[in-house]
Every structure is written in structure tokens, then in C-alpha cells.
Design a protein around this ligand. Sequence first.
Ligand code: PXP
Length: 241
Amino acid sequence: MAKLAVNVDHVATVREARKVNEPDPVTAAALAELAGAEGIVVHLREDRRHIKERDVYILRQTVKTSLNLEMAAAEEIIKIALDVKPDISTLVPEKRQELTTEGGLDVASQQERIAEVVKRLQEGGIKVSLFIDPEPAQIEAAKAVGAEMIELHTGRYCDAIGEEQALELKRLLEAVKYAHDMGLMVKAGHGLNYVNIEPLARVKEIFEFSIGHSIVARAVLVGFERAVREMVELLRLYEKG
Ligand code: PXP
């Protein structure tokens, strides 16, 4: 069975909507691990829109499975990664205006620069994963720059519908096989939910899924009733004096 790594960025997104200290992504990470997650993922963006340095440093001390730090190949963030020493650093492209990571990292067009960053992180004791589109040229480049693993961007498959989705799935599965045969460990993520995970969950060559939004979205809904009930109960209790 593939491992589930839970991305808790959006717990921090809710916290940052009020700039307070709850909900805490550190607590969510602990609950995710108690529920069976085998990895915790956070993206320390350059604009710190959700995850903060404080979260990453505390998670380094509390995560018992595997901590995966998503990051841009930017000097400031590389220095933090080398200090925090997550188990895995996933290099992703980052644009300030985007709502979420939009495309895969273009490793093919900047091999020299990425190879240098991969080497620095590995020398710091961190395994490196590259978040790339399911394209042969990107997979070959990821292998060439020395990454141990790749995370294939599943966004196009998740966003597509009907026949187009079948085509995107085919492309993804071919990429999984190509990368796996090349000796790369293959992960997948972005846009995966409780419906579109099915065909991918059957693929033995994928060793881990990285999922965030759909889990946080479901948590809000499945937890809503209980949260309201608990407040009503408190009102009832305090009214009695
Ligand atoms: N993998 C990477 C590299 C990502 O950037 C993200 C989004 O933060 C995810 C996985 C998780 O995507 P989603 O939140 O859509 O499940």
C-alpha cells in the first residue's frame, strides 16, 4: 500500500485568516500521524502566507514519521532547510501571485542550478524530491541532477474531465513507469481527493501520495457538526449556572 503524507498548509491558512494561534498545523500534524499518516508535508513559501518558520522548527521536533519541506530553490529557504533538516526537501516552483503551486518545476531548463541545490541539501543530510510534470524530459532531468525521488504533479489529471481525464491518467501512468524503471522513487500529488485517488491508488510503483486540500476540506465538514454541538452544550451548561 502506498503511504499517505498529509499536507497541513491549509490548517495554517485558516489560522492566518485571523492572524491568531489556532488552528495549529502542529496539532493537525500530530492528529494526522495518530490517524495513520506516514508523513507530514508543509510548504514554507517565500511570502510566508500560511506556514511560518515557527511551524517548521516545531514540526521538526514533533513529527514522528517523516517531515517533508516543500520549498522554492531560493537561497533564504535553502538556508532554513539546512538548519531545520527535514527528512525530505521537495523543490517546487513558486510564484507569489499563485493560489497554489501551479505547474511542476522545470528541471530540464535549469539542470545546473537545480543540481547544485540538490547537492547542497543532500550534503546537509536531506533527501531531495523534485515536483515535476509527468513528462519524460523532466523525469530524465530529475535523474540527471541526482534527486532520489520525484513527485509527479497530478493537477492536470485531477482538473480534467471525461476523455481528457483518461488521457491525462494514461500520461501519468506512463510517467510513473518510466521514472520507476529509471530507479527513481515516485510520489504523486496535487488536487487528489476521495474520488480521483482510485486509479492511482492501484498503481504499485507509486510509493507515496501527498494530499492536503481535500483532507482539510473534509475535516472542516465532518468536524462541523461536532464543533457546533460542543458549543451548544457549553451554553446549556453555563445557563444552568
Ligand atoms: N504536492 C505539492 C508539491 C504541492 O505543492 C501541493 C500543494 O501544496 C500538494 C502536493 C498537495 O496538493 P493538494 O493540497 O491539492 O492536495
